[in-house]
Write a protein that binds this ligand. Structure first.
Ligand SMILES: [Zn+2]
Length: 299
């Protein structure tokens, strides 16, 4: 019986905030983001005999024992199992960069690979904002947005090693007019005014702005995009009362993903950037590499 191996992870539900930068690429390929100076735990599911694991660049990441954290001697871990077993191991970052963990059988035949991206921590500043005009104001309170963004911050740090930080700036954009539907991006004059208001509170000096706005047109289906003219300001419409926190988190994190340059194209369902109305908080490999552009090249 020939040995088989694949890299995996215990199941994490799509709407959990516990995703840690792992992505299954295909049957024998997977991806794991590892924060610089940090670790991530992975598993190898295997059967049919001896399987050897090694890091293609031990100066980027080393294999370590899942329990003791002790690095593997000679950059080699050997697992032996019959019939089917899963073994846990740890990835320990050594330097920022990209490499692979290779799984081979006793004769050196390639069985599976785990792409590893060791990413430097990136800090991005943002301001949580509430939109108000002379007729309307977003129903969300500042505490609501703070609670949502605390979870969004966790998603970005755990999956992409991006730390989102707020600055002490005013949190209300007030427009002395009736702007109607704020999500109508064809109204250039309105968005020029929003931009001017952002300038006045110095919010444009930040990397991103996250704006809570009202929901005037049902056709939006509660999902809004980023104003292409702003590039870094995203809008999340009010949701009906009683919407679960994680659904709000999904929307805010998704719109922020666009601000980082992520797109919908070719996404599976139930991931953060699906854009097909499905729920999910997991970033794909491509999203993670778009959101944090460190750790993309082999040494
Ligand atoms: Zn979208």
């Amino acid at each position: 019986m020939a040995a088989t191996a694949k890299f995996g992870k215990p199941f994490v539900a799509p709407m959990s905030t516990d995703h840690d930068g792992f992505w299954k690429v295909d049957d024998t390929g997977a991806y794991q983001m590892v924060p610089a100076n940090g670790t991530r735990e992975c598993a190898l599911a295997m059967s049919g005999g001896k399987v050897r694991l090694s890091s293609a660049h031990p100066n980027v990441v080393v294999l370590a024992d899942a329990v003791t954290g002790q690095p593997a001697a000679n950059n080699l871990m050997t697992f032996d199992s019959q019939p089917f077993t899963a073994f846990a191991f740890k990835l320990q970052a050594k330097s920022v960069g990209r490499t692979m963990i290779l799984a081979e059988d006793a004769r050196g035949r390639h069985l599976a690979r785990l792409i590893v991206s060791v990413k430097a921590e990136q800090t991005k500043t943002y301001n949580p904002l509430i939109l108000q005009d002379i007729r309307r104001r977003s129903k969300r309170k500042f505490e609501d947005i703070t609670r949502i963004m605390r979870e969004v911050e966790k998603l970005y740090l755990n999956q992409a090693n991006v730390r989102l930080k707020t600055k002490r700036l005013p949190n209300v954009i007030f427009l002395k007019q009736d702007i109607g539907d704020p999500i109508d991006f064809t109204k250039k004059a309105v968005h020029d005014d929003i931009n001017k208001a952002l300038d006045e509170i110095k919010a444009n000096s930040l990397d991103f702005n996250v704006v809570s706005s009202w929901n005037l047109v049902d056709g939006h289906q509660d999902v809004v995009g980023i104003d292409p003219a702003f590039g870094k300001t995203c809008f999340a419409e009010d949701y009906p009362d009683g919407t679960p926190l994680l659904n709000e988190v999904d929307t805010f994190a998704h719109e922020l993903g666009h601000a980082f340059g992520c797109v919908h194209d070719g996404r599976p369902s139930n991931v953060l950037m699906s854009g097909d109305g499905s729920d999910g908080l997991q970033m794909t490999k491509d999203d993670i590499d778009m959101i944090n552009k460190t750790g993309l090249t082999m040494p």
